[in-house]
Design a protein around this ligand. Structure first.
Ligand SMILES: Nc1ncnc2c1ncn2[C@@H]1O[C@H](COP(=O)(O)OP(=O)(O)OP(=O)(O)O)[C@@H](O)[C@H]1O
Ligand SMILES: [Mg+2]
Length: 510
């Protein structure tokens, strides 16, 4: 079966780089603590090592010095036994010496030809004899091997000649060499030293390392915390939250404190500016609301005045003309009176239409849906435009007078623009009410226009701007999609407050 090379589990070059990057991307305080810790541990081990070397040398020199002095004395005593050939006594003596000395670990006495005649060793030592062939002059002799339980470098192995001389004084004598004394020396101090080092590591170095970690962690946190606070604050300011104050640490560096204060000042300035903007926007909306409210009020008033004054006045005049005609029984010039009467009737209709535009009574009487339907029918009838209407969910629609008049006005403006500017011969209207959203699309197949044209800049054309403002004060949106030659589509979305109960509204109105 062919082996699939997926690379899983294999640390290739990019994997390796990934792990290196991961290690390098640990937080900075961990990096600092790690580096400092390494330095501390290295320094501490270097100190222990140099102490050990120093102690080792001292100890070796001491052992060598006292070992060679002892060797010379013992060799002198050995010489007597060798001359007497009293080997048992010799053995007994070195056994006693080894047992009673704290630093002598073993002793081996050899004859001049290299053969071992006596040896003694402390527990743990092994002396193997005869296996190791050594050349001694022309003769081949068996040697000895001392197997020590201690590391070789910690032992001091000294040789002292056993010299046959009875003539001179005890020390510094000359004569024939009749044998060799080999002494193995070892001081427990080394091991004491190692034990002490271990104790030092466990009870001093280890707690020292732990406290070093804690100390550096604290240092790095106290040094870096203001910076990480600053970074957190910047992150949250990026999301638009300026109401944060980064606290200055007690013992902060002057420059760091300056940085934190500057940052706090900057955030507070931002927050003030934002408040101003929020306020400005709020004030603008309130202002538009008031203007639109005042406009509606004036329209209502005007419509009432037109109805009460002008319409009544025209009725009155037409009545007077009729009376005049009857009183004077005017035959000639009757056609003038009829002409006047038809002018008055036409003007009466005009004023009625204006009154309706100013205050769409049907809206107040039958509600938004019926008012819109009626309006669409009138357009169809009066302007010879094909109007298609699709509606859904409108039987559920309930809203307040304020919302309804504003939606109605938006439709009014859209229809007015279609009639005045679009040259369209077909309009499609879609209205639906779903999930508390009044959604409408008004689509004409007219000439369309460039949106830039409908700008406030010229101080004219307030229709589209008015539509947008009305949608905005209702908390909704309006989108106009158009370009020259491809019709105009207006998409309106208005949220409708659920809490409003149409029946309650009407009860308040009556
Ligand atoms: N449905 C449309 N089809 C073609 N052009 C349109 C349509 N609606 C608007 N426009 C163009 O956009 C311009 C701006 O329309 P807007 O309603 O803002 O102003 P207006 O109708 O010219 O004046 P006002 O509404 O203030 O009486 C219009 O002058 C017209 O050129
Ligand atoms: Mg307009």
């Amino acid at each position: 079966m062919a082996k699939r090379e997926t690379g899983d589990g294999i640390i290739n070059k990019s994997n390796f780089r990934y792990y290196i990057n991961k290690i390098l991307s640990v937080p900075i305080y961990i990096k600092i603590t790690g580096i400092l810790l390494l330095i501390v541990v290295a320094l501490e081990f270097a100190t222990i090592f140099s102490l050990y070397i120093f102690y080792y040398r001292q100890e070796h020199a001491r052992l060598k010095k006292s070992g060679s002095a002892a060797g010379r004395i013992i060799a002198y005593r050995i010489e007597d036994y060798m001359e007497e050939n009293n080997i048992p006594k010799l053995k007994e003596m070195i056994k006693f010496d080894v047992a009673n000395s704290s630093i002598v670990q073993y002793m081996v006495v050899k004859k001049e030809d290299g053969s071992v005649i006596a040896y003694a060793a402390k527990k743990g030592f092994r002396i193997e004899q005869g296996k190791y062939i050594k050349r001694h002059g022309n003769a081949i002799v068996y040697g000895v091997r001392v197997i020590s339980p201690y590391p070789k470098y910690e032992m001091v192995d000294l040789k002292s000649p056993v010299v046959n001389d009875d003539t001179s004084g005890r020390y510094g004598r000359v004569g024939a060499e009749i044998g060799t004394l080999r002494i193995g020396l070892f001081s427990d101090s080394f091991h004491h030293f190692l034990d002490m080092t271990l104790i030092f590591i466990i009870f001093v170095l280890f707690p020292l390392i732990i406290s070093t970690i804690i100390f550096f962690r604290w240092i790095s946190i106290s040094v870096l915390k203001p910076l990480s606070d600053l970074s957190d604050a910047a992150e949250s300011a990026k999301k638009g939250n300026y109401n944060i104050v980064v606290s200055t640490p007690k013992f902060a560096d002057e420059k760091l404190a300056g940085l934190i204060n500057g940052f706090n000042d900057m955030l507070s300035a931002f927050s003030k500016t934002e408040y101003k903007w929020e306020n400005k926007d709020l004030r603008r909306k309130e202002f538009i609301k008031e203007v639109i409210g005042a406009q509606e009020f004036e329209r209502k008033k005007l419509s009432r005045e037109l109805h009460d004054e002008m319409e009544q006045f025209l009725v009155y005049i037409s009545m007077k003309f009729k009376i005049l005609g009857k009183i004077y029984n005017i035959e000639r010039g009757n056609e003038h009176i009829d002409e006047m009467m038809s002018y008055i009737a036409k003007e009466f209709d005009n004023i009625k239409n204006i009154t309706k535009e100013l205050r769409p009574g049907v809206l107040y009487e039958l509600g938004l849906y019926k008012a819109l339907m009626q309006y669409a029918e009138e357009i169809k009838f009066n302007h010879n435009i094909k109007v298609e209407i699709f509606t859904a969910g409108m039987q559920e629609f309930k809203s307040d007078e304020y919302t309804e008049i504003n939606i109605y006005r938006i439709f009014q403006e859209a229809f007015s623009n279609i009639i005045r500017h679009s040259n369209a011969d077909a309009v499609k209207i879609t209205i639906n009410f779903e999930n508390c959203i009044f959604h409408a699309v008004i689509e004409d197949n007219g000439k369309g226009f460039k949106m830039v044209k409908a700008d406030k800049s010229k101080g004219e054309n307030f229709g589209i701007i008015g539509m947008k403002e009305r949608a905005e004060i209702l908390g909704g949106t309006i989108n106009i999609k158009t370009k020259p030659g491809s019709g105009t589509t207006i998409v309106l979305n208005i949220p409708i407050d659920k809490a409003i109960d149409k029946d309650d509204e009407e009860a308040v109105k009556t």
